[in-house]
Design a protein around this ligand. Structure first.
Ligand SMILES: N[C@@H](CCC(=O)N[C@@H](CS)C(=O)NCC(=O)O)C(=O)O
Length: 213
C-alpha cells in the first residue's frame, strides 16, 4: 500500500498527478497547512524536513516501509516502481531529469519566494520583489524557448518533468505572467490540463481522509 501525506499545493499535486497517471492504489492523509500543530504532529514521525509531500510504501518486501520525502525524489521513485513516465533511453531520460531538477531548483523556489514577498507587501520588500519577480519571468522565457520544437519537456513523450512543472505553471497568471508572451508554454499547459488523470488529481485530495482503490 502507498500512503501519501499531502495537501492541495503544487508540490502535493505533482505526486497526485503521478499516482493517478499510474492508476496506483493509495491512501491520502491530509496534512492541513492551516493547522500548524496538527500538521507538525502528522509529519514528525515520517520526515525530518517536516514538509509535504511524503510517500510511505509498505509494499517493499521488508518489515520496514520505505519513506520518501522531496516531491522530485517521490516522482523518480514512482517512475521506477511503475516503470512509467521516465524513459530508459539515455537522451529522453536525461532530459526528463534535467527539467525535473530545473523545476525543483528554480520554478518552485522562485515562484514560492515571489509569492511569499508579494503576500507580505512591505515597502522594504521592493528588492526581493524585483529579484524574484525577474527570476519568475526569466524562467518562463527559458521554458518557452525550450518548447520551441518539443511537445513535452523531455521531448516527444510526457514525463515526470511535465508533472512537476504543471502545478506551478497553472498559477503563472496569478504571478503576473501574461500567456500572450508565452504561447508555446500556454499550449503545453492546456495539453497537460486536458489529461483525465490530471483532472482527477486536481480534484484531489478531497482533504478528508480517503482511500483510493
Ligand atoms: N522541496 C520540497 C518542498 C516541500 C514544501 O515546501 N512543502 C510545503 C507545502 S507545498 C510545506 O510542507 N510547507 C509547510 C511548512 O513549511 O511548514 C518538495 O518539493 O517536496
Amino acid at each position: 500500500m502507498l500512503d501519501l501525506l499531502t495537501w492541495g499545493t503544487p508540490n502535493g499535486h505533482k505526486v497526485h498527478i503521478m499516482l493517478e497517471e499510474c492508476n496506483a492504489v493509495y491512501r491520502i492523509h491530509p496534512a492541513d497547512l492551516n493547522d500548524k500543530p496538527g500538521f507538525a504532529a502528522l509529519l514528525a514521525p515520517h520526515s525530518v524536513n517536516g514538509k509535504i509531500p511524503v510517500l510511505i510504501d509498505s509494499d517493499v518486501g521488508s518489515d520496514q516501509p520505505l519513506t520518501v520525502f522531496e516531491s522530485g525524489a517521490i516522482l523518480i521513485y514512482l517512475a521506477e516502481k511503475y516503470q512509467r513516465f521516465l524513459s530508459q533511453q539515455p537522451v529522453e531520460r536525461s532530459a526528463a531529469l534535467q527539467w525535473l531538477m530545473f523545476q525543483m531548483s528554480a520554478v518552485g523556489p522562485m515562484m514560492g519566494q515571489f509569492s511569499h514577498f508579494r503576500g507580505r507587501a512591505k515597502p522594504d520588500d521592493a528588492y526581493a520583489l524585483e529579484r524574484f519577480g525577474g527570476e519568475v519571468r526569466r524562467i518562463h522565457a527559458v521554458m518557452e524557448q525550450h518548447l520551441q520544437n518539443k511537445t513535452y519537456f523531455a521531448g516527444g513523450a510526457y514525463s515526470i518533468a511535465d508533472m512537476a512543472i504543471f502545478p506551478w505553471l497553472r498559477l503563472s497568471e496569478k504571478f503576473g505572467i501574461p500567456w500572450a508572451d508565452f504561447p508555446r508554454l500556454h499550449d503545453w499547459l492546456q495539453r497537460i490540463q486536458a489529461r483525465p488523470a490530471v483532472q482527477r488529481a486536481l480534484a484531489l485530495p478531497s482533504l478528508s481522509p480517503t482511500t483510493r482503490t
